[in-house]
Design a protein around this ligand. Structure first.
Ligand SMILES: NC(=O)c1ccc[n+]([C@@H]2O[C@H](COP(=O)([O-])OP(=O)(O)OC[C@H]3O[C@@H](n4cnc5c(N)ncnc54)[C@H](OP(=O)(O)O)[C@@H]3O)[C@@H](O)[C@H]2O)c1
Length: 270
């Protein structure tokens, strides 16, 4: 079958030569793919993970200029150290990708407790806000910059079992718009909203039923980290120079609804 959707290999990329990007949560998955895509576009890249060794190991995989910095996304002193180290090493912080995310809170909202709420919202909402504030104070406020937050299509709708996570992503989409206004015109702030992507975080959503998820997706496959990375690089770059406050859905058409019936014709009415 010919398809309009092949996994990315050699897509044209914007030119980010001379720019420096921090990617939080870059030890694997979407963050690691984004770091490589930014490096492919010519940027210097700083990859973070909770563990220095994991950050170093990820940076060592990047073809291009890259360093790893151990920094828990929620710890302000660690975030400051990461930004300082970035400025010392590369001289600027032009791009910030707030990608670190977590989902410790499965089940109905009314079954959650404050601990799971706090962890979810600290990592998924407070950290992007704090890192944006620090990057703005340290560099972007004066020199300009571009921030991209990794939200989720879950933040645009409702799903059983992951309401807490989705609430944090809905709030991140709101914060993206608010910051786009508050930091204008110097700093652009956008978000991506991925659907189901082949990563560890989302394993429960695809691992044992990938075929079914793919079949119900208009573009007939689940997402790859590179699919999201390509969109993040676009939003981070001058190619999106007149885009701010936006959330770009990258989901192979999953938000359109179940595509299975359209392929079989079962959904055809009289
Ligand atoms: N995969 C999907 O289907 C999907 C869909 C929509 C949105 N997203 C979002 O995409 C982003 C990336 O997730 P992923 O799917 O690529 O998952 P992943 O492969 O599990 O990667 C998660 C990354 O976040 C880092 N991380 C987690 N907690 C952290 C913290 N407190 N401080 C610093 N880093 C932290 C992890 O690093 P260490 O463990 O090394 O610290 C890892 O590098 C998340 O924001 C997620 O919500 C994913």
């Amino acid at each position: 079958m010919t398809t309009a959707s092949t996994p990315p290999s050699s897509r044209a990329v914007p030119d980010l030569s001379g720019k420096t990007a921090i990617v939080t949560g870059a030890s694997r998955g979407i963050g690691l793919a984004t770091a490589q895509a930014l490096a492919d576009a010519g940027a210097n890249v700083v990859l973070t993970s909770r563990k220095q060794e994991a950050a170093d190991a990820a940076a060592a995989q990047i073809a291009g200029n890259a360093i790893g910095v151990g920094a828990h996304a929620v710890e302000e002193d660690q975030a400051r150290r990461c930004i300082d180290r970035t400025l010392e090493t590369y001289g600027s912080v032009d791009i910030l990708i707030n990608n670190a995310g977590t989902n410790p809170a499965f089940g109905p909202l009314i079954d959650q407790d404050h601990g799971r709420f706090a962890k979810t919202f600290d990592v998924n909402l407070w950290a992007p806000l704090m890192w944006t504030a620090l990057a703005t104070e340290a560099w972007m406020g004066e020199h300009g910059g571009s921030v991209v937050n990794t939200a989720s299509i879950g933040g645009l709708g409702h799903e059983a079992g992951i309401g807490m996570y989705n609430a944090s992503k809905a709030a991140l989409i709101y914060v993206t718009k608010q910051l786009a206004l508050e930091l204008s015109p110097k700093v652009r702030v956008n978000a991506v909203a991925p659907g189901v992507v082949r990563t560890k975080l989302a394993e429960a959503l695809w691992k044992d039923h990938e075929e079914r998820v793919a079949a119900s997706t208009a573009l007939d496959r689940i997402g790859e980290p590179d699919d999201v990375a390509a969109a993040i690089v676009f939003l981070a770059s001058d190619a999106a120079g007149w885009v701010t406050g936006e959330t770009m859905v990258i989901d192979g058409g999953q938000r359109l609804g179940d595509a299975t019936a359209y392929r079989t014709g079962a959904g055809v009415g009289v």
